[in-house]
Design a protein around this ligand. Structure first.
Ligand SMILES: C[S@@+](CC[C@H](N)C(=O)[O-])C[C@H]1O[C@@H](n2cnc3c(N)ncnc32)[C@H](O)[C@@H]1O
Length: 495
């Protein structure tokens, strides 16, 4: 299945359009705003170029597309106002897959300029230039070192392809708590490849010290089988209902898997650090309620209040949110005749789930990660390619202070190493604190170094695998103070 051909949010003229059913994504954008603000302020408060190039990747079509542009312009407008600086020109590059409803995006541009004019005055409107860039963000999209800032919200959990070798994920359409272990591994590996590739590509396009803020859906739990896959499992159940009714073939469900992946925080950090082109400034894990606002828990549990209607309405709303995103991909595999029935079943399953919610329990919460990154001055892998660079690789691995602030559930972060611990201790204290007071059950953790279970990569006693050469990615190993590399010939260097 070519993801580029089948992944497409429902267009504006569709009854269940993405534009009208993207409140969840809107809430996510709002929650991530403080990180966006911090990144842009940090980037432009020292030097403000006369022309700023910003790209939004996976922009889709609808109000959210323009919400991001507005936020970026607002923040820079505010910096200029405070520092009494001349407003720059804005080149805004909106990217999505070629099948995206770019017609609606482009026809909404004049209305956006009008709003800008009303809210910020004539001048800003004249300074803003919007362009569309069709293509996959898993390929090069922009000229080298041309961008100041890259943003992407709710696009990166889509993979470039369905992982291979997961034919045994029967009865599921995505990872499920019951999926066989090879399915989890294949999904994780595909994400690792795709996200590393994304970082590598963007590092070529972003200017040195340029910034990137990425938000995507995530997993709460590093242990795959302990995760609640919520709506995806209910969608699979809805497909199986249609199988039982003879409307869908069982083998069609068995052969379908979504090109989608929700990483956990630890995986994201690991991939960014291993890829090496960006430093992490901040990472936050936060939840957003995907069910519409209700009048409080007490009311939800008042059976005399006719509240079944609330659950039914919530079920429909959530079903529409998921339908606007997945309809195209489902139609391409199952045909379009089953779609209405599928989402009616799905809405009912959600409503039933909500009506069985215990007081205080939040069934519709979606976990998200927002990560703020800075492009390195110099690519660490480039440094590593020269003999002088060898020491730098070791330096990076030994002295990589854990510079970013990591917040879970929106709690304020502590400053780096303010507890007096070594940087690495600060990292685990800050990022891995959970129900077990910072101690994770590591029995099912997969180490990214060699894929063995039972420990984090940082605790791996084996030689650390790192990328060595920018051009060829030689295998190389860092062992404490020494770096060993091998390709055709063996190179041993002492730091
Ligand atoms: C759920 S929408 C999010 C849209 C918007 N950013 C928002 O927050 O409302 C995800 C978007 O990412 C796009 N997308 C997914 N994979 C992509 C890829 N490889 N390249 C470009 N866009 C992609 C999809 O087409 C879709 O429009």
């Amino acid at each position: 299945m070519s993801v580029e051909k089948v992944l497409c949010m429902n267009a504006a003229d569709h009854e269940i359009s993405y534009a009208n059913n993207s409140v969840l994504q809107k809430a996510v954008i709002s929650k991530a705003r403080p990180i966006l603000e911090e990144a842009i302020t940090d980037l432009f408060s020292k030097t403000l170029p006369t022309s700023i190039k910003v790209a939004d990747l996976g922009c889709s079509s609808g109000p959210n597309t323009f919400q991001i542009i507005s936020q970026v312009i607002d923040i820079i407008h505010e910096i200029c106002h405070q520092e009494q600086l001349k407003l720059p020109e804005f080149q805004v590059l909106l990217n999505d897959l070629p099948g995206n409803d770019f017609n609606t995006v482009f026809s909404s541009v004049p209305g956006f300029y009008e709003r800008l004019k009303k809210e910020k005055g004539e001048m800003l409107q004249d300074l803003c230039f919007i362009a569309g860039v069709p293509g996959s963000f898993y390929q090069r999209l922009f000229p080298s070192t041309s961008l100041h800032f890259v943003h992407s919200s709710y696009g990166l959990h889509w993979l470039s392809k369905v992982p291979q070798g997961i034919e045994n994920n029967k009865g599921n359409i995505y990872m499920a708590s019951s999926s066989p272990p090879n399915v989890f591994k294949a999904y994780a590996e595909q994400f690792q490849k795709d996200f590393s590739n994304f970082l590598r590509l963007r590092s070529k396009e972003i200017m040195p010290t340029g910034r990137m803020v990425l938000t995507f859906m995530a997993r709460n739990n590093p242990i795959f089988s302990n995760e609640d896959y919520g709506y995806w499992e209910l969608l699979a159940k809805s497909f199986l209902d249609l199988v039982a009714e003879g409307l869908v073939k069982e083998e069609d469900v068995n052969s379908f898997n979504l090109p989608f992946y929700t990483p956990c925080e630890e995986e994201v950090v690991e991939i960014v650090e291993r890829e090496g082109s960006f430093d992490i400034n901040e990472l936050q894990v936060f939840k957003v309620d995907s069910t519409p606002p209700r009048d409080g828990d007490d009311m939800m549990h008042d059976k005399d209040f006719g509240l079944n209607n609330i659950y039914i309405q919530s079920g429909k709303n959530v079903a529409n949110i998921l339908r606007a995103v997945t309809e195209h991909i489902f139609c391409s595999h199952f045909g379009d005749t089953i779609i209405d029935k599928l989402f009616i079943r799905f809405a009912t399953h959600i409503a039933n789930g909500l009506s069985n919610t215990k007081k205080g329990e939040r069934k519709g919460e979606r976990v998200n990660i927002v990560i703020s990154l800075t492009k390195n001055y110099e690519d660490k892998r480039m440094k590593a390619a020269s003999p002088v660079g060898v020491a730098n690789v070791i330096e990076v691995s030994l002295h990589k202070a854990f510079r970013y602030k990591c917040k879970k559930g929106g709690k304020p972060s502590r400053k780096d190493t303010e507890d007096g611990s070594t940087p690495n201790k600060a990292k685990s204290a800050r990022c891995h604190k959970g129900k077990n007071d910072g101690k994770k059950d590591k029995t099912k953790l997969t180490c990214y170094n060699y894929g063995k279970l039972g420990h984090f990569t940082g605790e791996c006693t084996k030689l650390k695998k790192v990328f060595f050469n920018f051009m060829f990615y030689f295998d190389c190993f860092v062992a404490r103070q020494n770096l060993y590399a091998h390709h055709f010939s063996m190179l041993v260097v002492d730091s």
